[in-house]
Design a protein around this ligand. Structure first.
Ligand SMILES: [Zn+2]
Length: 246
């Protein structure tokens, strides 16, 4: 969480980047109202919503497993991964299940904060910006939680799905959840804009090569990633997965 705080609350230089001028304008708008938190703190808060409810999702999974007399492995360490434990599709299913819970609360948090903003800030366009910045926060959590550098795209490897796969999943949940508030919001648009902003963050925060790890695989392998996500969702519906938090 300290790293996420550092990412968001020390990121004035990032929002000053010419590529993010729209977001800088939004930050300036926030600063005109003494009753509002800074945009930086708001995004930090929303990112933490995601992290907390993702972890809560794991707690629900483990608690349900105990109730179902299934072995609940001690997996409450998000840093337990990569080279130590072999691939198990169950780990990936558990992650996208926890991500779904985190994303729903993230969207609810964004809508709640946005609905209380002054009318000149409370536009559909700014709602999208808050969603994008929050997704950048959630994605940075995916990236930072990895002990080893993320490279390229992968599917049936390691304990957590590739951050790009998780971003695509989150975007799917966001669009679904925002349907009544923002029916014209499109998943592809969200992913592309999140990757664009993430790329600017990467320049300052050393989150790896965004083009190599996310943008390029998204352009080339979007269909394969969707198919993989679909296989995880289908697996989650099979017997033995009744413990998921859903
Ligand atoms: Zn997790």
């Amino acid at each position: 969480m300290e790293e996420i705080y550092d990412l968001f609350c020390n990121y004035h230089n990032v929002l000053d980047d010419p590529e993010l001028v729209d977001y800088k304008n939004l930050r300036n708008l926030f600063e005109q109202y003494s009753s509002l938190p800074s945009l930086d703190h708001l995004i930090f808060q929303l990112s933490i919503f995601f992290v907390c409810f993702h972890e809560l999702g794991h707690l629900v999974q483990f608690s349900n497993k105990e109730l179902l007399n299934q072995t609940a492995v001690n997996a409450m360490q998000e840093a337990y991964m990569t080279s130590i434990k072999a691939f198990d599709i169950e780990d990936h299913v558990m992650e996208i299940d926890a991500d779904m819970r985190g994303a729903r609360f993230l969207v609810d948090g964004v809508i709640d904060k946005w609905s209380k903003l002054p009318n000149d800030i409370k536009t559909e366009e700014n709602l999208k910006k808050l969603i994008i910045l929050s997704l950048v926060g959630a994605s940075s959590f995916f990236i930072m939680v990895k002990k080893f550098p993320v490279t390229g795209i992968y599917y049936y490897e390691t304990t957590h799905p590739h951050p790009l796969i998780r971003l695509m999943w989150l975007s799917h949940i966001v669009v679904e959840r925002m349907e009544t508030h923002y029916p014209s919001l499109e998943r592809d648009d969200i992913i592309r804009e999140t990757l664009r902003v993430l790329n600017v963050y990467s320049k300052y925060k050393h989150l790896g090569d965004t083009y190599e790890n996310y943008i390029d695989p998204y352009v080339k392998h979007a269909k394969d990633i969707s198919d993989y996500l679909y296989s995880l969702v289908e697996t989650a519906r099979t017997p033995g997965y009744e413990y998921l938090s859903k």
